[in-house]
Write a new protein. Structure first.
Length: 375
């Protein structure tokens, strides 16, 4: 058995025996307020002896060490003696293993720890799902909360942000709803707060409350839009491709459309950015297409043909990925009248429950064609 295994076996066994000793006798003496250091020393010595080691040797050394060094100086009033000993044994085992393995530290690989409260701009960029420059339009209370006598309350508010520029993420409708908390009880550091009319740079993430964003921490995520910060965000966004970018294209696949014959088109939505893009809907011909005919009026597919499932099915496109469909528009529109037609396609995913998703309108190029007169 190696020295490491011996040390681990020793401390695991001592832990188990100590637990039994305290549960049978020592805890009862503590409840009766009759605890003495000699009782603890005796219990510890019996535990060492039961491990098959020399009770006199190890019991005296460890017992005196714990009694004179740790128990008198570091035992917390609110801490039970057993939980304290349990904690001491853990650190003792850790030190023993490190002492037995002088080369173990050299084999440990470093890890990257994400700070709980990001301090630098780089930390905030990594922690945020959406980074935006905008202005606070309105601030409204989410729900009414009344004060209770003798208590101070916290209340949720929503700041509606008009977006000027997106540095990271892909929300596309120019509006953000940011959930934050106001408190009667001042805190250090202070909570993030919003006021109508102020211009801000926001570092946001998806809130646990559906349909809202929130700052990366309750205390961090709102900055003044000074020149140095916006320039740094511009440069970082461009270098790393942090902002989402999606493009839609429309093509006419039937070369010479005829009345009464299929007229095929194809639609393609592609992510041309460096970050994945999430949509709260999926493209569908019954939802995206519109047609302008010889009369000049714009018509839409019948409501009965609308694809309700596509309107609520999320779509996520990684970098370079695309989604598309082909459709026969003669089944969606009446193409019997001869003349010139123009077909439009606009993908309009709603904000939905996830505000980190793209929302707004993505317009494709239009295509024109002519239906000749029947001979």
């Amino acid at each position: 058995m190696t020295r490491v295994q011996t040390c681990l076996t020793f401390f695991v066994t001592v832990h188990a025996v100590l637990k039994n000793e305290f549960s049978n006798g020592l805890r009862k003496s503590l409840l009766r307020n009759s605890f003495s250091y000699s009782n603890f020393y005796g219990s510890f010595k019996r535990a060492i002896f039961r491990c098959g080691l020399s009770g006199d040797c190890h019991g005296k050394i460890l017992g005196r060490f714990l009694r004179n060094t740790f128990i008198k100086g570091f035992l917390k009033p609110s801490e039970t003696l057993f939980s304290y000993c349990e904690r001491l044994l853990f650190f003792a085992a850790l030190f023993a293993v490190l002492a037995a393995c002088p080369f173990a530290a050299a084999q440990i690989e470093p890890i990257t720890i994400q700070p709980a409260n990001p301090l630098t701009i780089e930390d905030k960029i990594k922690a945020a799902q959406v980074i935006a420059l905008g202005s606070v339009e309105t601030v409204t209370a989410q729900k009414t909360q009344q004060k209770t006598a003798g208590r101070k309350t916290r209340a949720p508010y929503v700041a509606n942000i008009k977006v000027e520029k997106i540095y990271k993420g892909s929300p596309g409708d120019g509006k953000l709803a940011v959930l934050f908390t106001r408190s009667d009880n001042p805190s250090l550091p202070p909570l993030v707060n919003f006021s109508p009319g102020e211009r801000v740079v926001l570092f946001l993430r998806q809130s646990d409350t559906a349909g809202y964003l929130e700052t990366i921490t309750p205390f961090t995520g709102k900055e003044r839009p000074d020149y140095a910060l916006t320039q740094k965000l511009e440069k970082t966004s461009a270098q790393q491709g942090l902002a989402g970018s999606a493009e839609a294209t429309l093509a006419l696949d039937t070369k010479a459309p005829q009345a009464g014959s299929p007229v095929l088109i194809s639609f393609r939505l592609e992510n041309k950015g460096a970050q994945p893009v999430l949509f709260n809907a999926t493209p569908s011909p019954s939802l995206d297409l519109a047609l302008s005919g010889p009369s000049g009026k714009t018509i839409y597919p019948p409501s009965a043909s609308r694809d309700a499932k596509a309107a609520s099915t999320q779509l996520r496109l990684i970098t370079g990925a695309h989604f598309g469909y082909s459709a026969d528009i003669s089944k969606l529109f009446n193409l019997a009248a001869p003349g010139n037609y123009t077909l439009y396609a606009t993908f309009k995913p709603a904000a939905g429950r996830d505000q980190t998703a793209w929302s707004g309108a993505i317009r494709a190029n239009s295509v024109s064609f002519e239906i000749p007169k029947s001979k």
